[in-house]
Design a protein around this ligand. Structure first.
Ligand SMILES: CCCCCCCCCCCCC[C@@H](O)CC(=O)SCCNC(=O)CCNC(=O)[C@H](O)C(C)(C)COP(=O)(O)OP(=O)(O)OC[C@H]1O[C@@H](n2cnc3c(N)ncnc32)[C@H](O)[C@@H]1OP(=O)(O)O
Length: 363
C-alpha cells in the first residue's frame, strides 16, 4: 500500500472589513491552482519551496462567511500573496467556519489590524477618495489656475507693501524712539496709499465670486480705512504729524503681515498652523485697538475741520453759513463702532468656523 503524504505550507492571514489577505510561505511557487468551492472554501495547490523543501503543497480553508469568486494572487520569490473579497462588508470574528484554528494558520502581524483600527483605515481611505473627487470637481473650473494666480499675486503685493511699512516703522522706532511717531505719514504714506487703493479689490473679489468673503465686512474694512487715510490724514496737513498716525498704521500693518501670507498659502492649498492661528487670533486685541486709534484720529480732526471749513456743506442763508464736515464725522464715529461690532462678529464666526472645521477633520 502506498502512503500519500499531503504537505501544507504555513499560511498567515489578516482581514479588513472588505478583504481577506493570505500570505502562503512558499518560495518560487509554480503551477499554482487556486480555486473557490461552494462560495466559501478556498482550495490551494502549488509546487514550490516550503518548510519541507521542494514539493507540492496543498491546503483548503472553509471561510466563516461566503466570499466573492474573484480571487487575486501574486507569486513572488518568497511567498504567494492572495487577496479575497468578502461577499458582505463586515468584520469576521475568526477566519474559518470551524472554531478550532488549523495548525498551519497564524495571524499575519505585518498586516494585522483590530476592528477599530481597520475602521479608521477605511474612513481615511473614504475621506481620501472624497477629497480627490471634490478636487477633481473643483478642477473642472477652467479659470481656476488663473484666479488662483491672480489672488496669489494680489496677496503677495499687499504682503510686500505692508511688510515694507511695518519694517520701516519698526526700524525708525528703534533708532529714533518716540520722535519717529511724528513723521510716520511722510515716510510711509505713499506705500499706504498704494496698498489701500489696491485693497478696493478686496470688495470686488467677493462680488466676482473669487473669494468666499462677505461683501459687507470687506466693504466696512476697506471704506473705514480709506476714510481715515484719505480724508482724515490725507486732506489735513495738521493731522499728518500727529502720533496717532503711527498707531493707526502700525495696527493695520501688524495684522496684514500675517493675513496676506495666510491667503497666499491658501491659494496653493498649503497651511502653516501657527500662521493660521495668528491670522484668526491677532485681530482679537488689534481690531478694537485699531478702531480706538481711528476714533482718536477722527476726534482730533474735528476742530481742524471746523476751523478750516474744508468739505463743509454750503447751507441756505436762513440756516447759517455752512455745515461743518465735523458733523458728518461725528455721525461717522457712531458708524465706526457699528462697523466694529459687525466685523468683530464676522471675524469671531470665521474663527469658530475655522477651528470647528479643523476639529471635525481631526476626529
Ligand atoms: C457700507 C459702508 C461702510 C462704511 C464704513 C463705516 C464704518 C467703518 C468702521 C470701520 C472699522 C475698521 C477698523 C479697522 O480698520 C481697524 C483695523 O483694521 S485694526 C487691525 C486689525 N484688523 C483686522 O484684524 C482686520 C483685518 N481684516 C480682515 O480680516 C478682513 O478684511 C475681513 C473682511 C474683516 C475679514 O476677512 P474674510 O471675511 O475674508 O475672512 P477670511 O480671512 O476667513 O476669508 C474667508 C475665505 O476667503 C478666502 N480669502 C479671502 N480673501 C482672500 C484673498 N485675498 N486671497 C485668497 N483667499 C482669500 C480665505 O482664504 C477664506 O477661505 P476659506 O474659508 O476656504 O478658508
Amino acid at each position: 500500500m502506498q502512503l500519500i503524504l499531503i504537505l501544507t505550507p504555513h499560511v498567515y492571514w489578516a482581514q479588513r472589513h472588505r478583504d481577506i489577505y493570505l500570505r502562503v510561505e512558499l518560495s518560487d511557487a509554480k503551477n499554482l491552482d487556486i480555486s473557490l468551492q461552494d462560495n466559501n472554501t478556498l482550495l490551494f495547490r502549488a509546487q514550490g519551496h516550503g518548510a519541507k523543501g521542494d514539493n507540492e503543497y496543498r491546503f483548503s480553508l472553509e471561510f466563516l462567511e461566503p466570499v466573492r469568486p474573484e480571487i487575486s494572487h501574486k507569486s513572488t520569490q518568497r511567498q504567494v500573496d492572495i487577496k479575497i473579497k468578502k461577499q458582505e462588508e463586515r468584520w469576521w470574528g475568526r477566519l474559518t467556519l470551524q472554531e478550532k484554528k488549523p495548525l498551519f494558520l497564524a495571524p499575519d502581524f505585518d498586516r494585522w489590524l483590530d476592528e477599530s483600527d481597520a475602521e479608521m483605515e477605511l474612513q481615511a481611505k473614504e475621506e481620501k477618495i472624497n477629497r480627490i473627487s471634490v478636487e477633481s470637481r473643483v478642477r473642472k473650473d477652467p479659470y481656476l489656475g488663473l484666479k488662483k494666480g491672480y489672488l496669489f499675486m494680489y496677496n503677495l503685493v499687499q504682503f510686500l507693501g505692508f511688510s515694507w511699512i511695518f519694517v520701516n516703522m519698526t526700524v525708525r522706532l528703534f533708532i529714533l524712539g518716540q520722535d519717529s511717531f511724528y513723521d510716520t505719514f511722510h515716510t510711509t504714506a505713499d506705500m499706504m496709499y498704494f496698498c489701500q487703493m489696491m485693497a478696493v479689490l478686496e470688495v470686488i473679489n467677493p462680488l466676482l465670486g473669487l473669494v468666499k468673503t462677505g461683501f459687507l465686512p470687506a466693504m466696512i474694512q476697506v471704506a473705514g480705512r480709506n476714510v481715515i487715510l484719505f480724508v482724515i490724514f490725507g486732506s489735513l496737513e495738521d493731522m499728518q504729524n500727529k502720533p496717532v498716525v503711527f498707531f493707526v498704521f502700525y495696527l493695520w500693518s501688524t495684522i496684514e503681515i500675517f493675513r496676506y501670507p495666510f491667503y497666499m498659502l491658501a491659494c496653493i492649498s498649503t497651511e502653516w498652523k501657527l500662521l493660521t492661528w495668528l491670522r484668526y487670533s491677532l485681530w482679537i486685541p488689534l481690531y478694537p485697538l485699531g478702531v480706538v486709534a481711528e476714533a482718536v484720529a477722527v476726534i482730533q480732526s474735528l476742530p481742524i475741520f471746523d476751523e478750516t471749513r474744508l468739505f463743509s456743506l454750503p447751507l441756505p442763508a436762513v440756516l447759517g453759513h455752512s455745515l461743518s464736515f465735523s458733523f458728518t464725522l461725528q455721525l461717522y464715529l457712531v458708524l465706526m463702532f457699528l462697523g466694529l461690532f459687525i466685523n468683530f462678529r464676522h471675524l469671531y464666526k470665521q474663527r469658530r468656523r475655522r477651528y470647528r472645521l479643523k476639529k471635525r477633520k481631526v476626529h
